[in-house]
Design a protein around this ligand. Structure first.
Ligand code: AHR
Length: 503
């Protein structure tokens, strides 16, 4: 029992040699779907005062570059399951306007893969391309690979050349459809049907370009009734053809149970470990030498905008425009720690999404751009969390949530960057009432000293950032001698922290 005046105590011990794995930078990926104002009025707005020669908003690009996002999934999401990629290439004047059935809007096709891969260069990112396995199949997918990646003197590669792109786009990572287990999906399939089509599509795509990597659809959340069975059945058919299986998960706090809510990264951790186990079960059954890894290619908070109505069959209406508060940023910050701590299996992850649609970056059409609360933990994780994750021994008190008995008050990850000789500790105190003393031990890092402490804290858990006001911003905390030399740091109640050490 702790005396009343005593602070809550916690500790983290790491050893230089005990490494979970190398972080694949693509875990800091994101997602742009043809949905709402993500593309039109988000990344693309030709009339905007900051628009570049292709109509891309430079103010948005500047903010995206601050996040240093190495991969962006495109063009959907649910959208891709009814998409004809040919509608979005070539002469813009000839591109058809279509009824877009996934989100019940009009798609003008002003932006397609021609433009998006140009935008990706300007955003310093790689495209992760999804193919339509809802209403289409292997033939259209292989055509798209040829259009994007082939140097042959053949129909689709020549179509790309005729559209002004001599050099192939060189898209390496491809998703075999989207959420095919979901009854809401256009062209939804059983695991058996999907496994078969994923397998055949993969075969054709790889015949066109043997160097591509392929992601099979896993469950669209841990809570799907088909979870587990789906992964086993799909991988049973497609194990040899695919490199990754996808995971999707969104969280929300509609009942205002904040203690439960900010512990949800534990649920994400269990989801990841379960999918890794399912992959390995199939590997064992097949006596395979190959390991299928995980692509967590949709994750975020999504619930604030659930009841918003849209005008059907309009062009780029506001959709899924969640306004994030401080507690959402805490959860997002801890989900990033979970991804880092599972970097031995999660090689790709996409914050869904990037601009306007459940996004860290918001714009006003014809106006400014600003950042939401969730922007900050993502920016620090992506820019500072590069290297290898260390296997930490963590001691702290736990609390009970409605779903789980043992949610640790301390959420954390420790990333070592050997080139920079830096250790970056990400730490979040989940207590809503109490400060926490955290003591850090770094074995094998002689002369290690703290040099930076960034804290994200707001007394009001429901505070939101808008274009006019930014009450939730990170601050630099002075690095005291205690932190620098003895590595003891105090974490405010419900705060997210990044503490950097050099050696
Ligand atoms: O990101 C929004 C939507 O969430 C995506 O279109 C879909 O894949 C998921 O259900």
């Amino acid at each position: 029992m702790r005396a009343k005046e005593e602070k809550m105590k916690s500790s983290i011990t790491v050893n230089k040699k005990f490494v979970i794995g190398e972080i694949d930078k693509r875990i800091y990926g994101s997602f742009i779907e043809h949905l709402g104002r993500a593309v039109y009025g988000g990344i693309y707005e030709p009339g905007h005062e900051t628009a570049d020669d292709m109509g891309f908003r430079k103010d948005v690009l500047d903010l995206i570059n601050k996040l240093d996002v190495p991969a962006v999934r495109y063009p959907g999401g649910n959208f891709v399951s009814g998409y004809h990629w040919e509608d979005g290439v070539g002469d813009k004047a000839k591109r058809p306007k279509k009824m877009e059935l996934a989100w019940e809007v009009i798609e003008t096709n002003e932006v397609g893969i021609d433009e998006f891969q140009e935008w990706a260069k300007r955003a310093n990112t790689d495209v992760v391309m999804a193919v339509n396995l809802g209403t289409r199949g292997p033939e259209d997918a292989r055509n798209l690979v040829e259009y994007c990646n082939s140097e042959t003197d053949t129909y689709y590669a020549n179509m790309r050349r005729a559209n002004g792109f001599e050099k192939p786009f060189g898209i390496k990572t491809w998703c075999l459809g989207n959420e095919m287990d979901g009854p809401w999906q256009i062209g939804y399939k059983t695991a058996e049907d999907y496994g078969k089509i994923a397998c055949e599509t993969a075969k054709l795509m790889r015949l066109v370009d043997p160097d591509i990597e392929l992601v099979a659809c896993g469950s669209s959340s841990y809570d799907m009734p088909t979870f587990g069975e789906w992964e086993l059945k799909v991988l049973d058919q497609a194990y040899d053809q695919v490199d990754y299986i996808s995971l999707h998960q969104y969280y929300g706090n509609p009942t205002n149970e904040t203690k439960d809510y900010i512990g949800k990264a534990e649920h994400m951790d269990a989801f990841i470990k379960s999918v890794a186990a399912l992959c390995d079960a199939v590997k064992a059954k097949k006596h395979s030498k190959k390991t299928v890894n995980l692509s967590f290619d949709e994750w975020n908070v999504w619930f604030h905008s659930n009841n918003a109505e849209i005008e059907k069959w309009s062009v780029a209406p506001p959709q899924l425009e969640d306004v994030y508060n401080f507690e959402d940023a805490l959860l997002v910050g801890s989900m990033l720690m979970t991804l880092q701590n599972n970097c031995d299996r999660v090689k790709i992850a996409c914050l869904a999404q990037l601009v306007n649609v459940i996004a860290p970056i918001m714009t006003k059409t014809g106006g400014g751009a600003w950042v939401q609360t969730i922007f900050y933990p993502f920016m620090y994780a992506s820019t500072q969390g590069r290297g290898e994750t260390l296997r930490a021994i963590v001691n702290c008190d736990c609390y009970q949530s409605t779903e789980k008995d043992d949610i640790p008050y301390l959420a954390s990850s420790v990333v070592h960057n050997p080139e920079k000789k830096e250790i970056v500790v990400f730490a979040m105190n989940r207590s809503l009432e109490e400060e926490m003393e955290l003591s850090l031990t770094f074995d094998g890092f002689e002369g290690c000293k703290a040099c930076e402490h960034v804290e994200l804290y707001c007394d009001d858990l429901k505070a939101v950032n808008t274009e006019e006001q930014q009450p939730v911003v990170p601050v630099n905390v002075e690095v005291s001698d205690t932190v620098a030399n003895e590595h003891g740091v105090v974490l405010k109640k419900h705060s997210w922290n990044m503490i950097k050490f050099t050696y």
